[in-house]
Each structure stands twice: as structure tokens, then as C-alpha cells.
Design a binder for this molecule. Structure first.
Ligand SMILES: [Zn+2]
Ligand SMILES: [Zn+2]
Length: 140
């Protein structure tokens, strides 16, 4: 299935295939600083962009970059370099009605002032890193 999306101003658009409709929410400090709150992102394959000259990439770590529109500032994607895979902002999709929150990650970094409802999986930092296959010393 193919899904489309765009930034707030429409300068950057994307088309993605095999979008993971059961997405995650990340509460890690980098995501919260980047987005102003948890990042809701869905893995996708064969992602193509139009208007990429209006987008910028911030190299947020050795293994990942974060993309946004340089005109309107919309957060568009998280890109994992080792696997060349994209996670797209759930809110950027044109039709987000079918998305379901399946997993909260870095939940022990979530501020106490809000909570996401539902009986989905909630992983601490240690559990999140283990699920990614990273070492447990927090070096990720
Ligand atoms: Zn824009
Ligand atoms: Zn995060």
C-alpha cells in the first residue's frame, strides 16, 4: 500500500510504501527537544521525496539524521543510516486515520505531566536499547 504526506507548507511531499500502521512514540530527550514533545513515527519502505531542496537534514547522531522542512519547520523523518531506513512523522501523512499507537519507547524519560492512553507496549530505555540490539550501557 502506498501512502502520501507533506509538510505544513506543502513544499516537501513524500510517497511511502509498506508503512507500518502500528507506530511508536518516542519520549527520549532528543526527540522531545526536536519535536517539543514525543515523536510519533512510523517505519516505511521505498520512501521518495519531492521538494527535497526545501528540506534540511540534521545529523543528530552517528547513525541517524532527522529531516525537516526549512520553510515551515515541519518534522518529516528520522533516517537510520546503517539500514538506510526511514521513519516518517505520523502527523505528516495526508490520511492518518488508520494509524494505531503500538509502542512507547524510552518511556522512563517521559515527563510526568502527560500520559498516552491505551494498553500498548511501554519500553524503558534499557528495554528499548535491547530491542534495537544496542548495548545496555546507554551509549546509543
Ligand atoms: Zn514546509
Ligand atoms: Zn527518540
Amino acid at each position: 500500500m502506498e501512502k502520501t504526506g507533506q509538510c505544513l507548507c506543502g513544499a516537501v511531499t513524500f510517497t511511502a510504501h509498506n508503512v507500518e500502521m502500528h507506530h511508536h512514540a518516542c519520549h527520549c530527550g532528543m526527540c522531545r527537544r526536536w519535536a517539543g514533545g514525543p515523536v510519533f513515527a512510523a517505519a516505511a519502505e521505498r520512501v521518495t521525496f519531492a521538494g527535497l531542496d526545501h528540506a534540511a537534514r540534521y545529523e543528530s547522531s552517528e547513525w541517524a539524521s532527522r529531516g525537516f522542512c526549512r520553510i515551515c519547520g515541519s518534522h518529516l523523518f528520522y533516517h537510520l543510516k546503517p539500514t538506510d531506513s526511514y521513519m516518517l512523522s505520523v502527523g505528516a501523512f495526508d490520511d492518518g486515520a488508520d494509524f494505531q499507537l503500538a509502542r512507547e519507547i524510552f518511556v522512563d524519560h517521559k515527563p510526568p505531566g502527560y500520559a498516552l492512553a491505551g494498553s500498548h507496549v511501554r519500553l524503558t530505555e534499557k528495554e528499548t536499547l535491547a530491542s534495537f540490539g544496542f548495548p545496555e550501557d546507554g551509549s546509543a
